[in-house]
Design a protein around this ligand. Structure first.
Ligand SMILES: [Zn+2]
Length: 371
């Protein structure tokens, strides 16, 4: 471990074949390698903010001030959340500080959601889901041209969700799920559509070690439900409910449901500590998409670029982030104010809680910043 200006870097075990090692040390501090101070159990927030800061397209959008052209002032959060997130991302990427405090952002999110105000530990997944919703509505000013008169059910549901106003956040992070219910007696199908900013997957029961593909298979395999009001049979029937992705987003966020209510123990929340194997490269989503989307020309294979980790139990835990810097083209560990090198084989661990995948090219951001 080497400490430069108080920032700890883990020396690579083998001298790298790339220029990164030599180019990083003279910098003292690095672009996007600024830590975030813990303001009293705010590691859940810090973990998510570092994952977002390492999303090159979002970072570029903030640093280049493009977001300023699209701020909505007529929504619940008045454009304040994107302003604070953008201000923080700029500071994280100006390369001047070894760590900073995200007090202004924390104040703003605390104003709109009480649970983020106090010093209690919160769930990073809940924070991410709410933050995405706020960021989307803060930037929801893009008009959608109506190209055709007749649109399909999936497009109609998308339009119902966006109210014909879209955002860069929507384009980057939001997908759409198709839920099909099929009567086992008459085979009548009924489909509904819902937008999502992340997938929430169950872990297989009774398995200490599992694969991400197992969780995906479970989620998308379909389940038998009872007492469905079949519109065709006009009576209650058994039916098969099946999920398929009808729109894959460029950034696919996958949440692992590690916390659950233990019904055998007064319903207290406990944590599943399963070791989950997940691919760093080539996560194939083809098996899980609806037929119409499978014909669309968008890529369906994803690369991992960030992980929000949770260590410990429900009562006492700690969050960190592992992120692949698009600037240095390697992995770093963000543990509140400390940023250190991370060897690629250590990215997969039993602490993995939220996975950030993308099919976008790993474009190095922020060349436009005056550094
Ligand atoms: Zn039926």
């Amino acid at each position: 471990m080497v400490s430069v200006a108080g920032v700890k870097f883990q020396r690579p075990t083998a001298l790298p074949t790339c220029r990164i090692y030599s180019s990083l040390f003279p910098l003292r501090r690095g672009k996007g390698l600024t830590g975030l101070k813990n303001l009293g159990n705010t590691c859940y927030m810090n973990s998510i903010l570092q994952c977002l800061s390492n999303t090159p397209q979002l970072t570029e959008y903030c640093i280049s001030d493009q977001y300023k052209n699209y701020i909505s002032r007529s929504n619940k959060t008045n454009g304040q959340v994107i302003e604070e997130v953008a201000a923080l991302i700029k500071v994280l990427w100006n390369g001047q500080y070894k760590c900073v405090a995200s007090r202004d952002l924390r104040y703003v999110v605390g104003q709109y959601q009480r649970i983020f105000r106090g010093v209690d530990q919160q769930d990073s997944h809940e924070f991410l889901t709410i933050l995405m919703d706020w960021l989307h509505s803060d930037l929801q000013t893009l008009d959608v041209p109506r190209i055709r008169e007749t649109i399909g059910a999936a497009e109609k549901a998308w339009l119902d969700f966006t109210k014909a106003k879209e955002s860069m956040i929507l384009h980057l992070f939001y997908g759409q799920m198709k839920s099909t219910v099929k009567c086992v007696a008459c085979h009548k199908e009924s489909a509904t559509y819902e937008c999502f900013s992340n997938l929430s997957l169950e872990l297989p029961p009774n398995a200490n070690e599992c694969q991400l593909s197992q969780c995906m298979d479970m989620y998308f395999s379909g389940e038998r439900i009872h007492g469905w009001n079949c519109p065709n049979c006009k009576t209650k029937r058994d039916a098969i409910k099946k999920l398929d992705i009808s729109k894959l987003p460029p950034v696919l966020v996958v949440h692992l449901k590690r916390f659950y209510a233990d019904t055998s123990n007064t319903g207290a929340y406990v944590k599943k500590q399963n070791y989950l194997n997940f691919p760093l490269q080539n996560l194939a989503m083809n098996p899980y998409i609806a037929r119409a989307e499978s014909r669309a020309g968008t890529p369906k294979t994803y690369q991992l670029y960030a992980v929000s980790n949770h260590y410990g139990s429900m009562e006492g835990g700690h969050y960190t982030a592992f992120c692949k810097s698009a600037h240095y083209r390697r992995w770093f560990k963000f543990d509140d104010q400390v940023v250190s090198y991370l060897e690629t084989p250590n990215v997969v661990s039993s602490a993995a809680y939220i996975l950030f995948y993308t099919w976008l090219p790993p474009a190095a951001p922020v060349n436009s910043v005056g550094l």
